[in-house]
Design a protein around this ligand. Structure first.
Ligand code: NAD
Ligand code: TYD
Length: 339
């Protein structure tokens, strides 16, 4: 079994590669990643010498390069994680989101059509459903919820999902899609809420909370997401969409306070800053389908997952300190100094 994993030098793709090499001895994993600002080879250090692992620095929009890897590797399965993934960056400059997230997805599926594939899996997001009101806790996203995007990021991911469904129907491509809630865990790029707050708290810097901090996200430990994708690619029904989430809704402000508490830092570090434009209020997944069809259940409780995550950031400072000392500094200034 050969699996091409795109975006494997990023947060979830990296965790997925570690997971698959551990859980499926004998599977060959070929990672395609162009190493954008969000890609980090250090994330793949633990597996770089694994005999069943190959890394290829390839941009998924570069058709010739992608086709060459397909010819060499003859993959059975493709799991497409590669994407521009940060909402704030998409608000700043949408174009690259359209290129990678839409055209990159089409290029990967064209390669699958041309060379044949047993399964193409698209890693999507619950953000394609837009948001839910804060005062209707009875509402959840199901697979039937209409697509209703808010940011250029989510619009690009929704476009990719529509293309996947079109390729399934028109060309009979064996596609599955997963739409997961917010992930957290090791190797999470420090521009995202949880790692950013950990890094700032450790440096006694202000913790910038957008708006009032009342926005709600549904957090899932990254390994539980990896397990869900593993189940879908092996047992999921072709042409189907699976929502992935663990009923773990939390307000941003409560997450930030929890992190401060765990690190023994003062809540005085919290700074409320002007809100994100178009900021989605609440995400909440109904995971009934994946539970009943595939028996998936999240294994890590948030209390345990957040402790493990904070410990990981304490024990792996070189991984994230390297990141925040580079280009990230300019990003941080652009994004936060003007707020
Ligand atoms: P990430 O930003 O940490 O990693 C993205 C990876 O893709 C990086 O390694 C980057 O170098 C690579 N990449 C970007 N453009 C590329 C291109 N043109 N060609 C090849 N590689 C390219 O992202 P993540 O948080 O790990 O998210 C992975 C996927 O999961 C994305 O598709 C995202 O939409 C989806 N997702 C993320 C979350 C979350 O909470 N992070 C939740 C649900 C779904
Ligand atoms: P983020 O990690 O960017 O994920 P997403 O926007 O995809 O859900 O943000 C999570 C939540 O945290 C979101 O409501 C925005 C908020 N947030 C802050 O309040 N401050 C920050 O500095 C960041 C990065 C996010």
């Amino acid at each position: 079994m050969t699996i091409i994993v795109t975006g494997g030098a990023g947060f979830i793709g990296g965790n997925f590669i570690h997971y698959m090499l551990r859980e499926h001895p004998g599977y060959r994993i070929v990672c395609l990643d162009s190493l954008t600002y969000a890609g980090n080879l250090a994330t793949l250090d633990p597996v770089k010498d694994h005999p069943d692992f190959r890394f290829c620095q390839v941009d998924i929009t570069e058709r010739g390069d992608v086709y060459k890897i397909f010819m060499e590797e003859k993959p059975d399965i493709v799991v497409n994680f590669a994407a521009e993934s940060h909402v704030d960056r998409s608000i700043e400059e949408p174009t690259v989101f359209l290129q990678t997230n839409i055209l990159g997805t089409a290029t990967m599926m064209d390669a699958c059509r041309r060379y044949g594939i047993k399964r193409y899996h698209q890693v999507s997001t619950d953000e394609v459903y837009g948001d839910l009101p804060l005062d209707r806790l009875d509402l959840f996203f199901t697979e039937e919820t209409p697509i209703h995007t808010s940011s250029p990021y989510s619009a690009s991911k929704a476009s990719a999902d529509l293309l996947c469904l079109a390729y399934a129907r028109t060309y009979g491509l064996p596609v599955t899609i997963s739409r997961c809630s917010n992930n957290y865990g090791p190797y999470h790029f420090p521009e995202k809420l949880i790692p950013l707050m950990i890094a700032n708290a450790l440096a006694d810097k202000k913790l910038p909370v957008y708006g009032t901090g009342e926005n709600v996200r549904d957090w899932l430990y990254v390994e539980d997401h990896c397990k869900a994708i593993d189940l879908i690619i092996h047992k999921g029904r072709v042409g189907e969409i699976y929502n992935v989430g663990g009923h773990n809704e939390m307000k941003n402000i409560d997450i930030v306070k929890l992190i401060l508490h765990h690190l023994g830092k003062s809540e005085d570090l919290i700074e409320f800053v002007p809100d994100r434009r178009g900021h989605d209020l609440r995400y909440a997944i109904d995971p009934t389908k994946i539970k009943t069809e595939l028996g998936w259940e999240p294994e890590t409780k948030f209390e345990d997952g957040i402790k493990k995550t904070i410990e990981w950031y304490l024990n792996n400072r070189e991984w994230w300190e390297e990141i925040i000392s580079g280009e990230y500094k300019d990003y941080y200034k652009r994004m936060y100094n003007a707020r």
